[in-house]
Structures are given as structure tokens and as C-alpha cells.
Ligand binder design. Structure first.
Ligand SMILES: [Zn+2]
Ligand SMILES: [Zn+2]
Length: 236
């Protein structure tokens, strides 16, 4: 699968164009930027899906233009973010809803949908299991995580969603698989192994989840991520 990363819009959102076998999917068209269309049309690809990791304006403001130029593409997001979409972009109407476990086909490739609320109620991430890739939206960034203080955000749900990622790697390791590349909604790509080792939020989760072995632990609040003050200050 070919991946093209375009940084679009005022909040420098990562828009990803995925290509396989004559078909394309766009993840998070954050602005009506002609480069997104060029990435699809320049190679004569059929745009099958417009996928939203969530419905904040900086991830969907280019969706209307894509739908206009590619009316047969399917705009999809998780149902729980529909009120946010209606708030930011009342002119948009989803063609499909994404649910936990769904498979999204692009040419010969397939993405798996995980529902990972916390940043917003309907936040999802997309896993390309074969290629060991994760499109993490505003759940996980290089060195940071998404904020939870916007409407519908939830620190507890955020923690549960991040724990799934921490577990994902340990599971795949036991199967002898390698690391996962992470393509976030903002900022540079990273890997799950790197984030577990250096991201303060994932490190804390790893520490908690291996707590039974951590006899020197001085933590008096297992299960608490204590995000205050470290949560990214940027509006994401
Ligand atoms: Zn964002
Ligand atoms: Zn967001």
C-alpha cells in the first residue's frame, strides 16, 4: 500500500492518501486543499473512501470538496461523532458509519477499525494489520496524546483506548511480529515501540500494566494517568 502524507489546514493536520490497485482512500481531509485531489486524480485512482478519525473541523474541512469531485466516494465516521460533524459541517452527510471491527477495503488492502474514544466520543483509529501500520488520529502523537478537555472528551476513555495500543504491541510481539508504524493526526510519524519507551503517557501505562512486577512502585493511584499540565496545549 502506498501512503502519501499531506499537511493541510491551519492546524497542520496530517491528511493521508492511501493507494492500492487503482483505488484510493483519504483519511482526514482537513482542508479543501487541491493537493489531496491531485494525489488521487494525478494517478487516475478511484476514490473509494473518505475516512474521518473523528469530526473535529481540522479533520474534515476538505471532505465537501472531495465529495463534490468524487460523488461516488463514501464518507464515513463513527456515529458517536455525528453531533460534532453536524456542528462543524452541517452540509456534510455521512454515507456510512464506522464501527469497531469493521474492515475497510482499498484495492487489495484492508484497514481494521478500532473505536477509541477519549479525544472525542466517536474517535477511531485505522489499523493496517498486514503492513503493521496505525493511523492514530488524535489519539496518539509522537511524544504526546490527544487532549480530552473538548466537548465529549473523556480522560478515562482515553486511558482505556491507549491501553489497547499498549497491549496490541505486546500481543504482536508474542506472535513474533515486529513493531507498528504510527501515522498520527498531527506531527511526524513514529512507532509504537518508540512511544512506549519515550512518550510519558504510554510509559506510565506500561508501568501500571506491569505493576504486579514493580515492587518498588511508589504509585498510590493505580489507574490514574494524571494528565493535567502535560496534556497538549494546542487546539487539536
Ligand atoms: Zn486534530
Ligand atoms: Zn481533534
Amino acid at each position: 500500500m502506498e501512503i502519501e502524507r499531506l499537511v493541510v489546514g491551519a492546524l497542520q493536520t496530517n491528511c493521508y492518501v492511501l493507494k492500492s490497485d487503482g483505488e484510493a482512500a483519504v483519511i482526514d481531509p482537513g482542508a479543501p486543499d487541491e493537493r489531496i485531489l491531485e494525489a488521487v486524480d494525478g494517478q487516475g485512482l478511484e476514490l473509494k473512501h473518505i475516512l474521518l478519525t473523528h469530526a473535529h473541523f481540522d479533520h474534515l474541512e476538505g471532505a465537501a470538496l472531495l465529495k463534490e469531485r468524487h460523488p461516488r466516494s463514501r464518507l464515513a465516521l463513527h456515529r458517536a461523532d455525528l453531533p460534532i460533524m453536524e456542528h462543524f459541517a452541517p452540509e456534510l452527510h455521512p454515507d456510512a458509519f464506522l464501527e469497531e471491527g469493521d474492515a475497510v477495503a482499498i484495492g487489495k488492502e484492508s484497514l481494521r477499525v478500532w473505536h477509541t474514544p477519549g479525544h472525542s466520543p466517536g474517535s477511531v483509529i485505522f489499523l493496517h494489520e498486514e503492513g503493521q501500520l496505525i493511523f492514530s488520529g488524535d489519539l496518539l502523537f509522537a511524544g504526546s496524546i490527544g487532549r480530552t478537555d473538548l466537548p465529549g472528551g473523556s480522560p478515562a476513555e482515553m486511558e482505556r483506548s491507549l491501553r489497547r495500543l499498549v497491549e496490541l504491541e505486546s500481543k504482536s510481539k508474542s506472535k513474533g511480529k515486529g513493531d507498528f508504524a504510527v501515522y498520527p493526526g498531527h506531527g511526524p510519524p513514529t512507532t509504537l515501540t518508540r512511544e512506549r519507551a519515550s512518550n510519558p503517557f504510554l510509559r506510565e501505562l506500561v508501568r501500571q500494566m506491569s505493576g504486579a512486577l514493580d515492587l518498588d512502585s511508589d504509585s498510590d493511584s493505580p489507574g490514574s494517568l494524571k494528565p493535567e499540565g502535560l496534556w497538549p496545549p494546542e487546539r487539536r
